[in-house]
Design a protein around this ligand. Structure first.
Ligand code: QAP
Ligand code: CO
Length: 165
């Protein structure tokens, strides 16, 4: 296992659309383990492969208090979404910034697990938000894209300045 460096907004590589995984092999299982280790170390509640500059459709989440309920999703698809909720979101790729974003309250996601087995999961509340946030990463989309241009530009300027120092 290893922790991986996380790309920081506005790095253009975060805008890459990830490619579907064709076979869940040992290299994908290693990627899942490294994503989990990187997420737990941060600590965070979700991480997508895009954020570690691997452009494959793989993401991990764990919203449990004890950080002992990891979920890994390969080729996730949100099959249905209903209702609305608004929560403060953050992102390991946008360190230090938290802003409210509106998302679906309840979703059903279909994916493949670390053994190559298809599954579906129904999620609500924070888990549903986290999965929607991480699925966006695989499309090259960030939570700051839902904010006003002014807020996004301010965040961008501050992060660019931090990364110079
Ligand atoms: C996405 O984000 C998420 O700014 C996962 O300095 C977040 O794990 C979905 C993190 C909130 C829903 C609600 C952020 C760590 C972790 C930071 C994360 C930071 C250190 C973010
Ligand atoms: Co994120």
């Amino acid at each position: 296992m290893a922790t991986l460096p996380v790309l920081c907004f506005p790095d253009p590589r975060l805008r890459t659309k990830a490619k579907p995984v064709e076979v869940v092999d040992d290299s994908i299982r290693r990627l899942i383990d490294d994503l989990l280790e990187t997420m737990y170390e941060a600590p965070g509640i979700g991480l997508a492969a895009t954020q570690v500059n691997v452009h494959k459709r793989v993401l991990v989440v764990d919203v449990s208090e004890k950080h002992n309920e990891p979920h890994a999703f390969v080729n996730p698809v949100i099959e249905s979404a209903e209702g609305k909720q608004e929560r403060d979101e953050g992102c390991l790729s946008v360190p230090g910034f938290y802003e409210p974003v509106e998302r679906a309250e309840k979703i059903r996601v279909a994916a493949i697990d670390r053994n190559g087995k298809p599954f579906t999961l129904e999620a609500q509340d924070l888990l549903a938000v986290c999965i929607q946030h991480e699925c966006d990463h695989l499309e090259g989309k960030l939570f700051v894209d839902y904010l006003s241009n002014l807020k996004r530009q301010r965040i961008k300027k501050k992060l660019l300045k931090q990364n110079r120092d």
